[in-house]
Ligand binder design. Structure first.
Ligand code: NAD
Length: 334
């Protein structure tokens, strides 16, 4: 099937080409995102393959439809960037990669925690400059600390297991508690209790109208002083301005984020020779207790392989008129 791959990077091309070697789809890779200016590139294609920051609102979807696009193949799990109602009305099918490597994201959340806590990023730079001082590198034991996990789906569960392995007490909030997690020793509590008792809070729920800005001035006020806040899920779960205010007041002790509210204008690009106009992220990068990575939690060999293979399988299923097992349907946003 003729497929245009928007927002593609060298690694997308490498892994998708490999996964496509026996499937035979005709894939054209473009580095621009799908937006009102670039949709014209989709002319003559049947499918558009997109990533997390391709904003497929109704305007873009209408334009893609006019160019002949019948299917959207998301090469990610989240689908908050697609106007599903508009896609449904236009008869455009949407498929995703529901799970690729939950461990990749969970392990990255742990990497953020360990780096913020033990300051290995600072130690690395110090030692390279022959500064062997330990001043201001003090961390804390994770053993017996309380970790609050918001959302215990695939990634949240992998994260809970790792933190239990550290000897942490793990509290969780999810509308659908997992018996498997309970059996492992995770304690499900109400959100307020999680906020009040956790030393570390890690977000693993999807972005929905309900979870948008779930971390805000009100919820921040309920947290322990000096709490560590980790977000590897979606940037808009956090009201970043209010988190910034809490950092300034030293209410939050540490912030580790792999996702950012306005990341679509920043992440996945080398802007090192440009003036970054986003004042909030510019200020956040000056905090010694803030660690930002640019949406790389998923970025492992295993995850890229799985993402590519599932994306190609989704395209093939659609082309052959087979059941689209990874379809994103309207009832998933109800
Ligand atoms: P999942 O669907 O397996 O689990 C999500 C869990 O969140 C479910 O158990 C659900 O019941 C729960 N949930 C929904 N609404 C909630 C709420 N209001 N409060 C608490 N819990 C709620 O999803 P997953 O595979 O674990 O992925 C979680 C999220 O991680 C994705 O939605 C995506 O946004 C993000 N993600 C980030 C990266 C990255 O590279 N940073 C990669 C993959 C996924």
């Amino acid at each position: 099937m003729r497929t245009i791959v928007f927002s593609s990077k060298s690694y997308d091309k490498e892994f998708l080409t490999e996964a496509n070697s026996n499937a035979g789809h005709e894939m054209v890779f473009v580095d621009v995102p799908a937006d009102p200016q670039t949709v014209v590139l989709a002319r003559g294609f049947e499918a558009a393959c997109v990533f997390v920051n391709d904003e497929l609102n109704s305007k873009v979807l209408n334009a893609l439809h006019q160019e002949g696009i019948k299917m959207i193949a998301l090469r990610c799990a989240g689908f908050n960037n697609v106007d599903l109602k508009a896609a449904h009305q236009l008869g455009i099918k949407v498929a995703r990669v529901p799970a690729y490597s939950p461990n990749a994201v969970a392990e990255h959340a742990v990497a953020l925690i360990l780096t913020l806590n033990r300051k290995t990023h600072k130690a690395y730079n110090r030692v390279r400059e022959q500064n062997f001082s330990l001043e201001r590198l003090t961390g804390f034991d994770l053993f017996k600390k309380t970790v609050g996990v918001v959302g215990t789906g695939k990634i949240g569960q992998a994260f809970c297991s790792i933190m239990l392995g550290f000897g942490c007490k793990v509290l969780a909030f999810d509308k659908y508690p997992s018996q498997k997690m309970k059996d492992l020793g995770v304690e499900y509590v109400e959100m307020d209790q999680l906020l009040e008792q956790s030393d570390i809070i890690s977000l693993h729920c999807p972005l929905t109208p309900e979870t948008h800005h779930m971390i805000n001035a009100d919820t921040l006020a309920k947290m322990k002083p000096n709490v560590m806040l980790i977000n590897t899920s979606r940037g808009k779960l956090i009201n970043t301005q209010e988190v910034y205010n809490a950092l300034k007041k030293q209410k939050i002790g540490y912030l580790g984020i792999d996702v950012y509210e306005s990341e679509e204008n920043l992440f996945f690009s080398d802007l090192s020779e440009m003036v970054v106009r986003d004042r909030l992220i510019a200020r956040l990068t000056t905090f010694p207790n803030v660690l930002i990575t640019a949406h790389q939690a998923f970025f492992t060999q295993e995850a890229l392989t799985e993402i590519s293979q599932t994306t190609i399988a989704n395209l093939t299923a659609f082309q052959n008129g087979e059941a689209l097992v990874n379809e994103v349907t309207l009832d998933m946003i109800k």
